[in-house]
Design a protein around this ligand. Structure first.
Ligand SMILES: [Zn+2]
Length: 243
């Protein structure tokens, strides 16, 4: 059996840490090779703390954000992290950059993919990244695109948790127990020095999702113990032989 793989498409260079760092660490621990693509560094829109420092430039912010993301990826056991540097606020990919993502998808041949919610009125870069991920997934499946290459199968796309779920019309259908790897996610979160205001927030989110994991895995009748969890909304139906 060939090794399992996964692909994360992150609009900005820190998103993968808050939203699916636990899923990454957990699967890495299981031997899944996880590739992360950061479409931008979030250099303009998600680096306020860096911009408050004297003498800051766009290039300096990018270098700082890249270093943070690389350190976080190391803490999580990411197999490969790639930075597309497409620019943020707004994030935009031209045709060539989209085909670059198609190439990555075909090379990785992910068993599953992860990206943002389909809506986010606070941050339009996030749903944009998901639209691009869906579009590139579709192109990677097309026999007429670069004929001769191995075409993509049908990996699930899991949408990770946005900052304010209701406004983003995001509703989870999958809750993943990340208790075993919480220390790794915490270490990755702490690499994000530019966004310290979010550290406690995402610890609380993980604890609340763990409460729901316990409730949905049996509740008071004997739900499985979980201290930290991440939730996801899946796009495609599962194909099963039994329920
Ligand atoms: Zn972001």
């Amino acid at each position: 059996m060939t090794a399992r793989t996964a692909l994360v498409v992150s609009a900005h260079s820190a998103d993968f840490v808050w939203r699916c760092g636990g899923a990454i660490a957990l699967h890495a621990q299981k031997g899944v090779a996880v590739t992360v693509v950061c479409l931008s560094y979030g250099e303009r829109g998600e680096s306020a703390k860096l911009w408050k420092q004297d003498g800051m430039t766009l290039e300096k912010v990018k270098v700082g954000r890249r270093l943070e993301a690389e350190n976080a990826a190391k803490a999580l056991g990411v197999h490969d992290i790639q930075f597309f540097d497409c620019g943020d606020y707004p994030l935009e990919l031209d045709r060539e950059q989209r085909f670059r993502l198609v190439d990555v998808i075909r090379k990785v041949q992910p068993d599953f993919m992860l990206s943002h919610s389909l809506e986010d009125p606070y941050n339009t870069d996030h749903p944009y990244a998901t639209r691009v991920a869906l579009e590139c997934r579709m192109v990677a499946q097309a026999w007429g695109h670069n004929p001769g290459e191995k075409v993509l199968g049908a990996p699930q796309l899991y949408l990770f948790e946005p900052h304010q779920t209701e406004q983003c019309n995001w509703k989870p259908d999958t809750i993943l127990d990340i208790t075993d790897v919480w220390d790794r996610k915490k270490a990755a979160i702490e690499c994000m020095e530019g966004q310290q205001h979010l550290w406690d927030y995402y610890t609380n989110v993980a604890q609340n999702r763990a409460n729901q994991f316990r409730r949905n895995s049996g509740g008071q009748a004997g739900g499985r113990e979980a201290k930290y969890a991440e939730a996801f909304q899946s796009i495609f139906p599962r194909t099963v032989d039994e329920l």
